[in-house]
Design a protein around this ligand. Structure first.
Ligand code: NAP
Length: 344
């Protein structure tokens, strides 16, 4: 089969288009013919070695074994099943839950042995992938591309909303709102949990689109008076922040949060280290949440909300599989709106 492999830590030239044997499903696995695979920052960081230092960077402490086929947001058709799997699954269109874990129900995402497709297992930058049958779910929409854009970003966003326990009428500020996670945070906070959303983006050209996704107010993070603008549109301090940007918007976030407010972070696209005056944190009684992915139950709840039309796919651009290098470079561009897809 045709696949794209990462051959070692480094730049995009570490991505190679190769022909390799099609994998065989083990007894509890299925073979999925990949129809679409959305791109996430995680496989770019995997290639760059940005999850740690030197040869040990990856989701697991032992680091990534190369060559490795990246890609976690996968939809496709089951074309073969392992000996212990119901043959009736052949022909079914599925979306893959992106990691394995021995953690019990509700703690899968924080289990020490959590292992990720496209990092510890071969992923979806390929024509075929094998995966445990019980981690393959019905596609929420009829389109392979549209169903592929939620797995990691949507699960992360859903979990963040659950962590801060968003209530109807509360004001939630979403950073990186035009990005993969942010565009889903906007939709989930507003359309699923009923919050008023303030969306932060760079270029206000996407303002109308973000309002369609559920934002009540859209502001540019480039404004010199951002904190004042946030307080003005909300008529005072806000209830919580769903953040993927990190350093660049951290002090603004703490400034506009109300006393007793909540700050939930799952990414640091705008800087991984910051200055924190602890007094702000305790004098404002702010609760901070770190967040990574989510649970299988949350994944199912998200798929249900998608199938009901409460959350929409937002696709920026599609590339053929062979253009994986270009697609990863494009992913890092500023100002894209939603997800980037690879189509084998
Ligand atoms: N913890 C988890 O489970 C998990 C899951 C998925 C993603 N993540 C992380 O979350 C982050 C976002 O992922 P994504 O898939 O949403 O990426 P993305 O689609 O590339 O979106 C990144 C967003 O961050 C914004 N941004 C970047 N630099 C900024 C700055 N200096 N100031 C303000 N905004 C800035 C971008 O705005 P512009 O377009 O204007 O640059 C964009 O809206 C990444 O760090 C990723 O690794 C974590």
């Amino acid at each position: 089969m045709r696949a794209v492999q990462v051959t070692g830590y480094g730049d995009v030239d570490r991505l190679k288009v190769v022909d390799i044997p099609t994998p065989e499903p083990k007894e509890h696995e299925v073979l999925v013919k990949v129809k679409a695979c959305a791109i996430n920052n995680t496989e770019i960081w995997m290639r760059e070695g940005a999850y740690g230092t030197g040869s040990k960077s990856g989701w697991r402490p032992e680091g990534v074994q190369f060559p490795r086929t990246p890609g976690s947001d996968i939809t496709g058709e089951i074309v073969q099943v392992g000996t212990q799997v119901d043959e009736g699954l052949v022909g079914k269109n599925v979306v893959l839950f992106p990691f394995t874990s021995s953690g019990k129900e509700g703690t899968e995402h924080i289990s020490e042995d959590m292992s990720f497709i496209g990092s510890e297992y071969e992923g979806g930058y390929a024509e075929y992938v094998v995966w445990p049958a019980d981690l393959c779910f019905d596609m929420p929409l009829s389109s392979y591309s549209e169903s592929a854009v939620f797995s990691v970003s949507g699960l992360t966003a859903w979990h963040m909303n659950k962590q801060i326990d968003v209530k109807p009428g509360e004001t939630v500020m979403v950073t990186g709102a035009n990005g993969g996670v942010g565009s889903l945070n906007v939709q989930i906070a507003s359309k699923v949990f009923g919050a008023e959303v303030i969306a932060l983006i760079g270029d206000l050209e996407s303002e109308e689109r973000l309002k369609e996704l559920g934002a009540s107010h859209v502001l540019s993070y480039r404004s010199e008076h951002l904190a004042e603008e946030i307080l003005e549109v909300n008529g005072g301090p806000i209830d919580s922040v769903l953040d993927v940007v990190g350093d660049a918007l951290f002090s603004t976030s703490l400034q506009v949060l109300k006393k007793g407010g909540k700050f939930c972070i799952s990414g640091s696209a705008g800087g991984q280290r910051t200055d924190l005056d602890f007094r702000t944190l305790y004098l404002k009684h702010i609760t901070m949440y770190g967040s990574v992915l989510g649970t299988r139950a949350e994944f199912k709840d998200m798929l249900h909300a998608i199938s009901e039309g409460r959350i929409m796919p937002v696709i920026d651009k599609k590339f053929p599989l062979e253009k994986a290098r270009e697609a990863q470079v494009y992913f890092k561009n500023k100002g894209k709106l939603g997800k980037v897809l690879l189509l084998p």
